[in-house]
Design a protein. Structure first.
Length: 225
């Protein structure tokens, strides 16, 4: 039976400071729902992998670059980064404790288990914007997959990350020549302009075709050296 003809099964439901998050299974696919809105599933991780690969390629051979992954999600970005020996330290910032639990002890461990066991990996349970404004750490790349991207957020407060103030925080933790890569469910010319106005250079987008609808987008920008 096709996955699309099966009713989703709720595996866990939690209510926290940012609202409700639900983990569902539909056939072989796991889905994360936030405040009643579909966020992501395990059906296809191409755009999450591109997010990581595009950032690494833009660093042009920088040795053992340190990467911050914003949003653990279903774990595709983390798993892909940890599978590449070229990355140095891998820091994942995730504010939903339920999502972290689903990876450590739940169904999503099948995707992220080896990556979480990698000695390069660390998980910070925090709001990303608060993290980049408060941490003393610096990174060569920021790979951000927060909500549905800059043009369509479903959780209150997530849109602040994509404002000039939020991007200033991102630039603060990027080393000179560091790369900001941002996943989005749709293109945003306004966000590209915001990136340039925030001082980022080499702003561009890459498209990832999907089975149905408009392609996913990865926005890329570089902090000046």
């Amino acid at each position: 039976m096709s996955v699309f003809h099966e009713l989703p099964e709720v595996l866990d439901r939690r209510t926290g400071p940012y609202g409700e998050v639900v983990l569902r299974r539909q056939g072989d696919v796991l889905q994360i729902i936030a405040n009643g809105c579909f966020l992501m599933d395990t059906s296809d991780g191409r755009s999450e992998r591109l997010l990581v690969d595009a950032a690494l390629a833009a660093l042009d051979g920088r040795p053992a670059p340190r990467v911050l992954i914003g949003g653990l999600g279903v774990g595709f970005s983390l798993a892909h980064a940890a599978a590449d020996a070229r990355w140095g330290r891998i820091t994942v910032v995730e504010r939903e404790s339920a999502v972290v639990d689903w990876h450590r002890d739940g169904p999503l461990a099948a995707i992220s288990g080896p990556a979480l066991a990698d000695p390069r990996t660390e998980i910070a349970e925090a709001d990303l914007l608060e993290y980049v404004n408060e941490t003393y750490a610096t990174f060569d790349a920021l790979c951000l997959d927060i909500d549905n991207g800059p043009g369509w957020t479903v959780t209150e407060g997530n849109e602040d990350l994509y404002t000039p103030a939020g991007l200033t925080g991102c630039a603060r933790v990027l080393r000179p020549g560091g790369v900001l890569a941002v996943w989005s469910a749709q293109p945003s010319g306004e966000f590209e302009r915001t990136l340039r106005n925030a001082g980022f250079q080499q702003v561009r987008t890459e498209e990832v075709p999907v089975a149905r609808g408009a392609p996913d987008i990865v926005h890329l920008a570089v902090r000046p050296g």
